[in-house]
Design a binder for this molecule. Structure first.
Ligand SMILES: *[C@@H]1O[C@H](CO)[C@@H](O)[C@H](O)[C@H]1NC(C)=O
Length: 150
């Protein structure tokens, strides 16, 4: 039995390396999907993010993501002002973003955080901190808006 121990350890090590490299290639390999494609793969519209995302990380297991924009960004969508921090975080799953950080909407002259976005067929429900839910048709977010020059 003792003879096999080193072999088992080697095998486990190889398996571990294989798993790590598989994870790595899934998130960072050649032909890595854009963050906009990632949104779509979770049935969410790409326009939830403005143009200009410079990089992202995604843990495919937990869905925890972070997205970098080159700077703070404001866009106008459906007559609402949205503001994106240079660093956006959250957890993505099918039809859903939760534990969101870094995205705000202007409501009655104040910037308030968007905490959660949930898709139900052709409607997107945004849960806004201290205000409640606001629904938008999904197609309002079908194209990524450009950041305004601030
Ligand atoms: C995002 O920006 C931070 C700070 O500049 C940097 O440390 C991090 O590596 C960036 N992440 C990605 C995925 O580009």
């Amino acid at each position: 039995m003792a003879l096999y121990k080193p072999n088992m350890a080697t095998l486990e090590m190889m398996l571990f390396c294989f798993t790590v490299s598989l994870l790595f290639s899934f998130t960072k390999g050649d032909g890595e999907p854009s963050v906009y494609q990632v949104l779509q793969s979770y049935n969410l519209p790409p326009g939830l993010l403005p143009n200009g995302a410079s990089g992202y990380t995604l843990d495919p297991k937990s869905g925890r993501y972070s997205v970098n924009l080159s700077s703070i960004c404001e866009v106008n969508v459906a007559n609402y002002e949205f503001q994106y921090s240079p660093s956006i975080t959250g957890v993505i799953s099918q039809n859903n973003l939760r534990e969101m950080g870094g995205v705000k909407v202007k409501a009655a002259l104040l910037w308030v955080g968007i905490m959660n976005i949930n898709r139900n067929q052709d409607q997107l429900k945004l849960t806004i901190d201290g205000i409640g839910d606001k629904e938008f048709p999904v197609n309002v977010f079908s194209l990524s808006p450009n950041c305004k020059q601030l």
